[in-house]
Design a protein around this ligand. Structure first.
Ligand SMILES: Nc1nc2c(c(=O)[nH]1)N[C@H]1C(S)=C(S)[C@@H](COP(=O)(O)OP(=O)(O)OC[C@H]3O[C@@H](n4cnc5c(N)ncnc54)[C@H](O)[C@@H]3O)O[C@H]1N2
Ligand code: MOO
Length: 401
């Protein structure tokens, strides 16, 4: 039996995760809260946009016929400002001043920009002719009443938020951003900013993971660090389940004498622990816990391993929960600048720098504990299971970080 025969493939593990996690139920939220959520309704505009014909420029509302021969001097009836202002009828031989966004007055059929005039307020001399319709934004040219401006499933970014507000929506039915709680475990972990006792290190995984959660469009929360005690871990988990759509743990899943996460979760029968054929990130736990069958990712404690595991397994799951197309984390192609090595039968994710010219170079320090080396990388080179060596100049798939 080979060393890798008892391992589960990355693809099988991910498929199991994506089968298990569910799209979050829709929720009605205030428009202020919906950035990064996914629409669970179709947004139909109740009005036309623009709602009325209005000026695209600061200038004068005219009848185009009156300015056919220039220069011409005409009386100014008054001002039409955006948001109301005077109501005028532009009869032949007259004009009004008009500001950008102000409704076109009756009778006018074009706007002359102020730059083409002497800027007069009682009367104005116009120096250039304009065709009918010049600098007028027509009612409904962006949206007609009853038009679908955003389909169900749209991811709300800044522009989408703008059109929601632009069609007057205050409440919106969306798939919310998943709430993800990160619990780090380990007796050796001290909070950054506190002194280290002998044998301790500063806790970093929860910072990395919460940041990665947020970057992946979800809400990340750090729960307090739990020492190596299965009972304490279960208490913390119970408390956190109240606010979590997903739980991520780091540490305590390998083969040591003190593996609180595995000890606590394995007996439940709803979380499986596997050795996944990847490097880093081999020990993995995944399943559901609690009344609501909340998905839980028990990631390995090595800092690089937990981060890579997030990119490969958690990120796609969060996409599915948000109602977005979910599958393996997307890759781009690149060409290696040096030979690469990878363990047989395992998919490697080598920390690397991807350059603008499409070349990719592994960083120095590929150990699962080498957090500083990870911090110099902007990509992961994916070396397939069946490759143990790749020459310089090989084309590889790369995950951008
Ligand atoms: N006999 C074996 N030992 C190990 C195996 C194995 O198969 N047999 N697998 C190794 C691999 S691969 C990994 S990955 C790690 C996973 O270990 P755990 O998930 O149990 O994690 P810990 O033992 O708690 O920690 C591992 C390492 O990472 C540091 N760590 C943990 N949490 C944090 C944190 N929040 N911030 C910063 N650093 C953290 C911890 O101090 C350890 O150095 O197991 C190998 N061993
Ligand atoms: O598989 Mo562990 O995740 O390398 O260091």
């Amino acid at each position: 039996m080979s060393a890798t025969s008892s391992m589960r493939s990355v693809d099988d593990h991910l498929a199991d995760i994506l089968r298990t996690v569910r799209v979050l139920a829709p929720l009605e939220l205030d428009v202020e809260q919906v950035l990064g959520t996914t629409l669970a309704e179709e947004i139909v505009s109740p009005v036309a946009l623009p709602p009325f014909d209005n000026s695209a420029m600061d200038g004068y509302a005219v009848r185009a016929k009156d300015v056919g021969r220039v220069p011409v001097t005409l009386p100014v009836l008054g001002d039409v400002a955006a948001g109301g202002g005077g109501r005028f009828t532009v009869v032949p031989g007259t004009v009004t001043r008009i500001m950008t966004g102000a409704p076109m007055p009756e009778g006018a059929d074009a706007v002359v920009p102020v730059e083409w005039t002497d800027g007069g307020t009682e009367q104005v001399t116009i120096n250039r002719p304009v065709p009918e319709g010049h600098a007028i934004r027509r009612a409904g040219e962006d949206v007609v009443p009853g038009e679908v401006v955003l389909p169900t499933g749209t991811l709300i970014g800044p522009a989408q938020l703008g059109i929601l507000a632009g069609v007057g929506r205050r409440r919106v039915l969306v798939r919310p951003r998943p709430r993800v709680v990160v619990i780090s475990t380990g007796a050796e972990l001290a909070e950054p900013g506190t002194p280290l006792a002998p044998g301790q290190i500063w806790e970093s995984n929860s910072y990395t993971l919460v940041a990665a959660v947020r970057e992946a469009g979800s809400e990340g929360y750090r729960a307090g660090v739990v020492a190596d005690d299965a009972r304490l871990f279960l208490d913390q988990l119970d408390a956190q389940l109240l606010r979590a759509d997903v739980v991520i743990t780091s540490g305590g899943v390998s083969m040591g004498a003190y593996e609180p996460v595995k000890e606590a979760l394995a007996p439940l029968g709803t979380v499986r622990f596997d050795r996944v054929a990847m490097q880093p990130g081999m020990p993995q736990g995944f399943g559901v816990v609690g009344e609501d069958q909340t998905p839980i990712f028990a990631l390995p404690g090595n800092p690089v391993s937990s981060f890579v595991s997030f990119m490969v397994f958690v990120r796609p799951a969060l996409r599915k929960m948000r109602g977005l197309p979910a599958g393996p984390t997307p890759t781009v192609r690149a060409v290696t600048t040096s030979p690469l090595r990878s363990p047989e039968g395992r998919r490697s994710y080598l920390r690397a720098v991807l350059a603008d010219d499409g070349s990719v170079a592994p960083v120095r320090g590929q150990g699962s504990h080498q957090l500083a080396a990870l911090a110099t990388a902007n990509a992961l080179i994916v070396v397939p299971e069946d490759a143990t060596e790749l020459p310089e100049g090989a084309t590889v798939e790369v995950i951008r970080l």
